[in-house]
Design a binder for this molecule. Structure first.
Ligand code: 5RP
Length: 230
């Protein structure tokens, strides 16, 4: 995992994160995403468990979220034990009005996709800056180290500009919680996310890409503490 721990308060992220925590009901099995926005949700769920006797179990998407959840006191389980989740809550790097999203800024998108696809309802929490008419940010692609060269060439053949993600503050690549590399690939304006997603998935060595097509709703937090839902 990269170091994406929440370092400074963000009222927008907090508003979205806290609202999403209020969507969780007693008895729910909850997918817990990764990143600074959903960290607010996880901490608030911990508070509800402690102070409101909320009875839930969480499934984490990264070691980072696991640490936050344990510290907050959210009881955890696994998909092996609880394969069907009631709700999953997670952040995103960018989303459009069709609710296509790009995720994986924290290199956790493979587990995030598995967890969100295991849930009846997938809620994304965001600040206003991530909404875009069209998806443009680089697509994170988790890659088996053995397949790195082939994946890089194949992404270039698709018109992309792939860059191996480097670890912050040290030499070498980011290593995911699954022991793989991440390639961030820019494609300019992504006009047909489903088509691009299908093409990337076909490349041998690709573990998972960060284009998400299963978002049910996005909660956007505002600086004044209000939220907008799309
Ligand atoms: C991790 C993710 C994150 O949810 C995404 O990067 C958003 O992070 P943040 O809430 O810190 O802005 O996809 O893989």
């Amino acid at each position: 995992m990269t170091d994406r721990n929440q370092t400074k308060e963000s009222p927008e992220k907090k508003a979205a994160g806290l609202y999403a925590a209020s969507l969780v009901k007693d008895g729910d099995a909850v997918g817990l995403g990764t990143g600074s926005t959903v960290a607010y949700t996880i901490k608030e769920l911990g508070r509800r468990v402690r102070e409101e006797n909320l009875n839930i179990v969480g499934v984490v998407t990264s070691y980072q979220s696991e640490m936050i959840a344990i510290e907050a006191g959210v009881p955890l389980t696994s998909l092996a034990e609880t394969p069907k989740l009631d709700i999953a809550i997670d952040g995103a790097d960018q989303f459009d009005s069709n609710l296509f999203a790009i995720k994986g800024g924290g290199a956790a998108h493979t587990r995030e996709k598995i967890v969100s696809m295991s849930a009846d309802r997938f809620v994304v929490v965001s600040d206003p800056g991530k909404k875009s008419e069209i998806l443009t940010v680089a697509v994170p692609i988790e890659v088996m180290p053995f397949g790195r060269e082939l994946v890089t060439k194949s992404l270039k053949d698709l018109g992309g500009e792939p860059v191996l993600r480097a670890a912050a503050k040290k030499d070498g690549p980011v290593i995911t919680d699954n022991g793989n590399f991440v390639i961030d690939c820019t494609f300019g304006e992504i006009k047909t996310p489903q088509e691009l997603a299908a093409k990337i998935s076909q490349i041998p060595g690709v573990v998972e890409h960060g284009i998400f097509m299963n978002v049910d709703e996005v909660v956007i937090g505002k600086t004044d503490g209000t939220i907008e839902i799309i």
